[in-house]
Design a protein around this ligand. Structure first.
Ligand code: ADP
Length: 320
């Protein structure tokens, strides 16, 4: 199983890309059993912990009607610096502005004395990362189904000038109907002026586009998400990320040298190999557009199931 560890740093000055931080983790006290949104006069009963990220803990909660939701909790003690506050406000502002069937719906945001809370659409089938661990890899029809939904969400984000910058299996959640929901906008950026380039080095080692690491003078833009989509496609089909090695520095070197291989396995379609090669092009301006990706033969000449059964979580579904 691969690691999906986040890196984020200031615009680069030195020549070496950042390594994931090894934060000493202090476990903050649990949020109250009954979480109260005073302004809206609403309350939520906290049920269980769904997961923990670098900055937040996410709980399953029930609203007054008994409807289940996810609630992302950030302790105020972790928001002491101006930078941390700015980052959280940016995440909220961007996530709130998005509404698409394949993006985790942002519902409300409120605070009490100790925490900031964000209520989100619940994704009870966990992430594609968990699913890949159980399945080892996916069949082509499943890959097409998942990728069409991911690319749809990404086209919507880009149309709304949002770059996600951390697309990876662990941030692609599954709702009750096994639909993809893109989540975690913690590294997302809004492009406010046409042609604007971003300079902050951020992402997750296996999925970072080469221009983020090595063309910091020029900066990066929407094409970094396209690159991650190529890495995701490879990972779903092959079962492990293309540039994966033990050491993060060695991953960066492989990304720089565009060094990845396809296993010698006749079950891997030539079409998908060709598409992956097109997407993982070092020059961002030469990568296919999201539209061109779904127009590729891998998609147009194969079946795209209309839905995935939830049994696909554990075993190969039968689409016949
Ligand atoms: P961070 O921004 O701190 O990385 P994430 O948004 O990635 O936090 O959430 C951390 C974990 O919480 C996820 O890996 C996942 O297990 C769980 N999680 C997050 N959002 C949801 C959701 N909407 N439904 C179900 N589980 C979720």
């Amino acid at each position: 199983p691969q690691k999906e560890e986040l890196v984020a740093d200031k615009p680069k000055r030195s020549n070496s890309p950042p390594l994931p931080r090894q934060n000493a983790k202090v476990t903050p006290p649990s949020p109250p059993k009954i979480i109260i949104d005073q302004q809206r006069n609403a309350q939520y009963v906290r049920i269980g912990l769904l997961g923990e990220g670098g900055f937040a803990r996410v709980y399953e909660v029930k609203d007054f009607r008994g409807a289940r939701q996810a609630c992302k909790v950030v302790t105020k003690s972790s928001l002491k610096t101006k930078k941390a506050k700015t980052k959280l406000y940016a995440e909220i502002k961007i996530h709130k502005s998005l509404s698409h069937p394949n993006i985790v719906l942002f519902k409300d945001c409120f605070e009490d004395e100790d925490n900031v809370y964000m209520t989100l659409e619940l994704c009870p089938n966990r992430s594609l990362m968990d699913m890949l661990r159980r399945r080892r890899r996916f069949t082509d029809p499943e890959v097409r189904f998942l990728m069409v939904q991911l690319i749809g969400a990404c086209r919507y984000m880009h149309t709304n000038q949002v770059i996600h910058r951390d697309l990876k299996l662990g941030n692609l959640f599954l709702d009750a109907g096994m639909n993809v929901k893109v989540g975690d906008f913690g590294l997302a950026a809004l492009i406010e002026n046409p042609g604007e380039r971003k300079k902050t080095i951020c992402g997750t080692p296996n999925y970072i586009a080469p221009e983020v690491l090595f063309d910091t003078a020029n900066g990066h833009s929407f094409e970094v998400d396209t690159w991650s989509i190529g890495v995701i496609l490879y990972t779903l089909v092959i079962g492990r990320p293309p540039f994966q090695t033990k050491e993060v520095k060695a991953i960066y070197k492989r990304i720089r040298d565009n060094e990845y291989e396809f296993p010698n396995d006749s079950s891997i379609s030539i079409h998908v190999q060709e598409l992956i090669q097109q997407i993982l092009t070092p020059d961002p301006s030469k990568r296919p557009t999201l539209h061109q990706i779904v127009d590729h033969q891998f998609f147009t000449e194969g079946t795209v199931p209309s839905r995935l059964p939830s049994t696909a979580h554990d075993s190969v579904p039968d689409f016949s």
